[in-house]
Ligand binder design. Structure first.
Ligand code: CA
Length: 169
C-alpha cells in the first residue's frame, strides 16, 4: 500500500512537471520557410530540473572566451541515474555566454532524439552546430551557423521530408 502511494505520487509529480514545462523560444525572427535568426537572450532558462545529455565548451563568437553548448532533455533520471524516457519529451539546445544565451532548440520530440555536432568548415570559415533529429514521424536536420559580424545564429533547415514513417532506427 505504501509503495503504491509512492508510485502514484511519483507519477503525479512527473505529470505536473510535464504540464508546467513551457517551451521558451525568445528572440527569434523568421526569415523565410527555411531560415530563422536566433538572437542572444538576456533571460536565462532554468535548467536545474532538466537532464544534461551533452555539453561542449568552445569559443563560438571569437572573443577568446568559451561559450557552452548544452543539450538537455526534460526526461528525468531515476535513483540509479538512468533516464526515464517517455514516448516524447521536450529537448533543449542552448549556447550559454557570460551575458546571455542562445536558445537554438526547445521543442517536443515524439519518439525521437537529437544528435549534435560542432564544427568549422573551410567553405565559409564559420562555426556550425548541426543537429539530426530522427523521430517516429520526422527526420529533420538543422544547421545553426554563427554570424559573427551580427552576433546571431542563423538556423537553416537542411532536410525535413514530409510524412515520414520511421520503420527502423
Ligand atoms: Ca566566446
Amino acid at each position: 500500500m505504501k509503495n503504491n502511494m509512492k508510485i502514484i505520487i511519483f507519477v503525479i509529480a512527473i505529470f505536473i512537471v510535464g504540464i508546467l514545462y513551457k517551451p521558451y523560444l525568445p528572440n527569434r525572427v523568421k526569415e523565410d520557410v527555411e531560415t530563422e535568426k536566433i538572437l542572444k537572450s538576456q533571460e536565462r532558462i532554468d535548467t536545474k530540473e532538466l537532464t544534461l545529455l551533452q555539453q561542449y565548451s568552445i569559443d563560438i563568437d571569437g572573443d577568446n572566451e568559451e561559450e557552452n553548448v548544452e543539450l538537455y532533455t526534460v526526461a528525468m533520471k531515476d535513483s540509479k541515474g538512468e533516464i526515464m524516457w517517455d514516448d516524447g519529451q521536450y529537448w533543449l539546445l542552448l549556447v550559454k555566454d557570460t551575458d546571455g544565451e542562445f536558445v537554438l532548440f526547445n521543442e517536443y520530440i515524439q519518439l525521437g532524439k537529437i544528435d549534435m555536432w560542432v564544427y568549422t568548415s573551410d567553405v565559409d570559415n564559420k562555426m556550425h552546430i548541426t543537429t539530426l533529429q530522427p523521430g517516429s514521424a520526422s527526420m529533420r536536420m538543422y544547421d545553426y551557423v554563427f554570424i559573427k559580424e551580427k552576433e546571431y545564429f542563423e538556423r537553416k533547415t537542411i532536410f525535413n521530408p514530409k510524412n515520414v514513417n520511421m520503420i527502423f532506427q
